[in-house]
Ligand binder design. Structure first.
Ligand SMILES: *Cc1c(COP(=O)(O)O)cnc(C)c1O
Length: 493
């Protein structure tokens, strides 16, 4: 299986090269040249497998240049009991037609672990295949969760240095502490004055900067990315859509072959896009429901066909979705239109004018598979309170946005298809807002006292790795301007 750029350059690479390079030379993202097909009898085989085995089974369709032994190594190391509590990605039934897929049982209590635990293995194996003596310089822009998950995945991995940039006021206290206390010989963390889009644009510009690439090459490094612009981040996320499906069959919530809907709290469009690839491969999916917070650029896009980032940016209680430039939409547009020069044109318009509008026909195609909704903070808080009161199930702020979208979709369409809400973070990562939603008085309480209160209230334990932060030493305190990102990288090297 080979990979090409969404923007039409001739470059054709095997997956190992696409993963180590991160982004295509023309600034586009790597996509598979064809979509492998999986039939129901193959999906049925997943039932008896562990999560690591399911991952190995699905990944082999795309990563054909990795040997069976290499894939077995990567998946078993990543999806181990050290890195995840069992079950790794459980499906919890909430209502007759509604389940929650919990993706936060990894080290950092957010779904990013699902991909970022395996990415370092995929990358280091890729480097060996290319017999490259270069070291990898991993650059990460984070809206909060990717940073920590990438730091955990890459810390002390031989042959890598990792640099994380996060928006200084754009992450929760716990998220910030998770990053600033990160130990490891090869880890570097910077707060950037600005929002996530500033950090992500900064990183993309550095990737595209030929002078910078040459000067780090002289030092023996090659850039790569741990953001979901990297194919190696996206492909492991396809796995849990299959895993959830077969678990629903196993639990007798659906019959093999029956369609389901997936409702995804969306920011950079990586998670939902992975689900779309699963559908293209043959997973029986009816609709994807794209859930956004006040930063509703995707809702508007899916409803009107116009993507316009020239709008106010809101800091919300679901910070990992506070994004106005959803990078992976580029892959989706490429898949839907099959036209790379058109995609290149849209992306140019987006970077120059801040907006683009797709053709009516393309929009119709998107609407066939996707529906979008957005909700504000008050609605999010109310959902957390309602679901806890009626079902004793604790939603984090991001999952609550998706729950609202699933509910609205079911009401609006009367579609009875079983709907799976992807739960992307533990509520204990966002206890302040969750407690506020539960009408608790939190004046004067620090993050840890808030977690204690949430623990007492719900009789659920704070994840140990969040508790540990209380005594962890802060190691990274630098705050920089966005113009200083390049200089920060040079200083690290
Ligand atoms: C990253 C993240 C999201 C958004 O996922 P995308 O793949 O960027 O769309 C949603 N919720 C949480 C908790 C996240 O960490």
């Amino acid at each position: 299986m080979k990979f090409k750029s969404t923007r039409g350059s001739e470059e054709l690479l095997f997956s190992a090269q696409a993963i180590s390079q991160g982004i295509a030379k023309d600034g586009g993202l790597f996509v598979p040249i064809e979509i492998p097909q999986v039939d129901l009898s193959e999906i049925a085989l997943l039932e008896k497998m562990s999560y690591a085995e399911r991952a190995e089974y699905i990944l082999k369709f795309f990563l054909t240049d990795y040997t069976a032994q290499e894939l077995q190594y990567c998946t078993s190391q990543a999806y181990s009991q050290d890195n995840f509590s069992e079950p790794i990605a459980p499906v919890v039934s909430l209502e007759e037609n509604l389940s929650v897929l919990e993706l936060w049982h990894g080290k950092t209590s957010a779904f990013k672990d699902m991909a970022l635990q395996i990415l370092p293995y995929l990358l280091t194996v890729a480097l060996k295949k290319e017999t490259s003596a270069k070291k990898l310089l991993i650059l990460v822009a984070t809206s909060g969760d990717t940073g920590k998950a990438a730091l955990e995945g890459f810390k002390d991995v031989a042959g890598t240095e990792i640099i994380v940039f996060y928006p200084v006021d754009g992450v929760s206290d716990i998220q910030k502490l998770q990053m600033t206390t990160q130990a490891g010989e090869n880890v570097h963390v910077f707060a950037v004055k600005g929002n996530f889009d500033d950090a992500q644009t900064g990183v993309k510009e550095i990737f595209a900067n030929q002078n910078m690439a040459e000067s780090i090459e002289k030092l023996g490094y090659q850039f790569s990315s741990a953001n979901s612009i990297n194919w190696g981040r996206l492909v492991p996320q396809i796995v849990y859509y299959f895993s959830a499906y077969i678990d629903l069959v196993k639990q007798k919530s659906i019959k093999l072959g029956e369609q389901v809907n997936f409702c995804v709290p969306t920011g950079n469009f990586g998670n939902i896009l992975a689900g779309y690839y699963a559908k293209l491969m043959g997973l029986p999916v009816h609709k994807f429901i794209c859930a956004s917070n006040l930063n509703n650029v995707l809702t508007d896009f899916i409803n009107t066909g116009e993507y316009n980032r020239n709008r106010e940016f809101y800091k919300t209680n679901s910070p990992s979705m506070d994004i106005l430039i959803s990078s992976n939409l580029e892959r989706f547009l490429h898949q839907i239109t099959g036209d790379s020069s058109l995609v290149a044109k849209y992306m140019q318009e987006l970077s120059q004018k801040g907006y683009y509008k797709i053709a009516g026909q393309t929009l119709e195609k998107i609407k066939e598979v996707m529906q979008a909704y957005c909700f504000d903070e008050a609605q999010t808080e109310k959902a957390i309170a309602d679901v806890y009161a009626t079902k004793k199930y604790l939603l984090d702020t991001h999952t609550a946005v998706a729950y609202l979208a699933a509910e609205k979709y079911q009401q609006e369409t009367a579609d009875k298809t079983h709907t799976v809400v992807l739960s992307t973070a533990s509520a204990f990562k966002f206890s302040q807002d969750v407690l506020k939603a539960l009408k608790q008085d939190i004046t004067g309480l620090d993050s840890f006292q808030q977690n204690d209160l949430l623990e007492k209230l719900t009789a659920q334990p704070t994840p140990a790795r969040i508790k540990y932060l209380k005594t962890a030493k802060v190691l990274h305190e630098q705050i920089i301007d966005k113009q200083e990102m390049l200089a920060a990288i040079k200083a690290v090297l």
